[in-house]
Design a protein around this ligand. Sequence first.
Ligand code: ADP
Ligand code: MG
Length: 729
Amino acid sequence: MSKLRFKSVEEATNRKAVKVELPEERVEKYYGKQVFNRQKMFEYLPKDTYDALVKAIDNREPISRETADSVAAGMKRWALDCGARHYTHWFHPLTGSTAEKHDAFVEHDGKGGVIEKFSGKLLVQQEPDASSFPNGGIRNTFEARGYSAWDISSPAFILDNTLCIPTVFISYTGESLDYKTPLLRSLNSVDKAATRVARYFDKDVKHVICNLGWEQEYFLVDEALYAARPDLVMTGRTLMGHESAKNQQLEDHYFGAIPKRVEAFMLDLEYECHKLGIPAKTRHNEVAPNQFELAPIYEECNLANDHNLLLMSVIEEVARRHNFRVLLHEKPFAGINGSGKHNNWSLGTDTGSLLFAPGKTALDNLRFIAFVANVMAAVHKHNGLLKASIINATNAHRLGANEAPPAIISMFLGSQLSEILDKIEKNETDENIELEGKGELSLDVAQIPELLIDNTDRNRTSPFAFTGNRFEYRAVGSSANCASALIALNAAMAAQLDEFADAVDARLAKGEKLEKAIFKEVKKLVKAHRAIQFDGNGYSDEWKEEAARRGLDTETSAPLMYDIYMHPENVEMFEKTGVLNRKEIAARNEVKWEMYTKKIQIESRVLGDLAINHVIPAAVRYQSLLLDNVYKIKELFSGDKSDRIASQNLATIEAISEHISAVKTGVDAMIDSRRAANKITSEREKAIAYHDTVAPKMEEIRYHIDKLELMVDNEIWTLPKYREMLFIR
Ligand code: ADP
Ligand code: MG
């Protein structure tokens, strides 16, 4: 009988695909069924309330108390009609996940019974007891109150019989305690600045909208095997485990046939997404075994981000229904690809133009080049900040570790766009810029083919790539709240566009012609910021050296990367754009350091426990079997012969001893490092200590554990192995 702590893999995982019951009706019938969208608003709100709310949403204005009361009444009626019994303000605290506190609709009716009540006040603002959310010291304990306020630009929805109202979460003194608040501010500021520039080309532009199309990568693991891996349960990744003999080297998983069990799961997931108004569109296998991707159609950034956060909770629930666990961790398994969340980012006008796409006319193309040049400048100036915005203890396993993308932010532009920029840089005849007429420009701006790159030359090693009409920020982690990256990116872009517009305005004031003024400023940007462009292999060692020569940020320590948030140029940029003030930035850094420490601390504890409680006992048991065998050999045989026969086992016994003692001393040393680090009071210094002294010891311990895994009898090894977890049948 096997003494495995989990049933045999066959027994544990040989499960059939769970049958998914989809409704007979077509997707358009149930799409958005659980969302209080405009159609529901129209149905459930009085006409004047509907008009006032839609006007407020479109013009980004607050709503009056009367409107709020009327909306609350209609929203409640809709929610009750849908079977909801509770409501919650749904917000995004700095933990990176979502938070909700549910209240029932009931109130006393004064007659011993209850009535279902939901006022405008409850809809618009609440005061969750928020003292246990990370705040980086913004709220002292005596002023622990924070409040959540409705974000009318993101529609309410029903999840598990609860009406969820998307809200911002702020301290009583007005500082943001979440991701949504600064994201909304950054969207506002990039709207203003980009509109200013877009209006040089089209006077009808009133707003610029930021679009986000995220691609969520994830792993699935059978839940029986997951439950037998305490490291997966506690940390979301395997802290040990020898590589499977076969993993992704045959490249047979990417875009391969989706296993039936997984397909059923995906079908179910997409159905849930569509009911919640998440426009899930694409699904496929990813590169690593058991790795998959879901991508929706892109949406306005704030809404898209809410949808991603919602997806991250829905996917977990649906996975359980299919006897899976979903791993959103950036690096659940060593030696195979990790998961990211590509952020496809673009700006578009309310008149329908995408600003990072070439157009039909010479003027369209000058606009396109102007916006691309400004992205280059923003990303170049703030490359270190953009990296800091996506780094954390989990994504650090992707960036700069043994897998792409590297811990350097660069931009891939592709050969066609490159050629155009070359021409602009070298152009000596900018005095003769003439966009009207035949459009025969010396720099060929006029002749950019409409579908410029058409995704032909792609570079998967670039963390920030131009892909035809958008930029794909690939370095974002799979478990991240995208807002962190987009706050930095939009704020940097807003500041850059404002600077550009100031320079152009100054030229116009001197009487220069518009196209000429723009072209001159574009040329300046291209010259100054070409260093951010890198179209080569981002994984190579040469690139690291080259990037350092170019002055790009090559820091690889997460706790040190956060420092850059407080650099004067970044504080100034955030304050000027109104996205974050100094106090908020400092507080957020405190939270980041604290989170970093806690993540590594938990991993280190779990690894220590597993090493002592699972690994060493299993190794010792196997070693005893071998010792027993040696004794018996010695009894039966004598002299040289017995030595010869026992030699193989003796060598293994010795090797096991060495690994066991390395594991034991490693764990002791790791605990010592943790103790020393825990005494440090500064969050920054503590995180640095965890990075420099605790994390490396985990790697050393793992090395010896993985060696033992190869030696010890399979029947005795208590933990499911990579080869068992990674191939869903
Ligand atoms: P891949 O990069 O894997 O080929 P797709 O071409 O399917 O992916 O697109 C990925 C995501 O990019 C999708 O969410 C898609 O809607 C989004 N996307 C496409 N065009 C834009 C755009 N202009 N702005 C933002 N996102 C976009
Ligand atoms: Mg992509």
